[in-house]
Design a protein around this ligand. Structure first.
Ligand SMILES: [Zn+2]
Length: 248
């Protein structure tokens, strides 16, 4: 008897390893802010996009990248992701992405839309504005995509399992309701996840979920626990080296 396919075991099968790039804020590091690695200056971001383009990579959203992850399409793509939904993604990153005809996926915190990074503002000593609903529509109208990054940005393995499932499934429902569109992609806050979280993402109906594990997506990777490539301020040299030496 053929076993039913376990949705938690949908596996990637790319023809060549696919990089998923991670970004947070684009722009200058605010005065007094800790964790400068969460920021990438606009000129450096633009240089990374130009480098991708020069080496034949197309920067795509998770929606557009999914057939490449599944091995249904072949080609040089880099999936571009932004965590948290910062306003600077719209104001600074979007025009730069459009110059190259690239797209990207921004993971939104459903109950913090129009607010600020309440989950780490004290630690980082800075309140960073998040896109509100009209700005998110501008992001979408500009050819960009969105995904879910939970309701409130908790560490999912440290909260009650019922609450964990609600953060994962409830944020999908909330975003779909407010934006009137399907939300098929998820990002684990802090990359924090375990088997139960992956199962919850599958049960909620997500097609993909990304972590903070480092690496490109190779054949056999679980689509609901995908690794990503860092692209922050401190790793610009590394980014360039990777591009030149290994084809990212
Ligand atoms: Zn986050």
């Amino acid at each position: 008897m053929a076993a039913l396919m376990d949705p938690t075991q949908a596996l990637a099968a790319p023809a060549t390893p696919v990089p998923i790039l991670t970004y947070h804020n684009i722009g200058k590091v605010p005065q007094g802010a800790t964790h400068p690695g969460l920021y990438l200056a606009l000129d450096k971001f633009r240089a990374q996009l130009a480098l991708l383009a020069r080496h034949g990579y197309r920067g795509v959203s998770m929606d557009e990248g999914l057939p490449f992850l599944r091995g249904e399409r072949k080609g040089r793509v880099a999936i571009i992701t932004f965590d948290d939904g910062y306003l600077d993604n719209l104001e600074l990153a979007l025009p730069a992405l459009r110059e190259h005809g690239f797209s990207a996926t921004c993971y939104l915190v459903a109950e913090r839309i129009g607010g600020f990074n309440a989950w780490d503002s004290e630690l980082l000593r800075v309140r960073k504005p998040l896109m509100d609903l009209p700005r998110i529509r501008e992001w979408l109208d500009g050819g960009m995509k969105i995904g879910s990054h939970t309701l409130t940005h908790p560490r999912l393995t440290r909260i009650d399992p019922t609450q964990m499932r609600h953060e994962i499934a409830g944020s999908k429902a909330a975003l779909e309701d407010r934006l009137g569109m399907a939300v098929d992609h998820f990002c684990f806050p802090y990359g924090d996840h375990d088997r139960a979280c992956v199962a919850a993402a599958a049960a909620a109906g997500y097609a993909t979920a990304v972590t903070n594990e480092r690496g490109r997506v190779r054949r056999g990777r679980n689509l609901l626990a995908l690794p990503r490539v860092g692209s922050g301020r401190r790793s610009s040299q590394l980014f360039r080296a990777r591009m030149l030496l290994w084809g990212l």
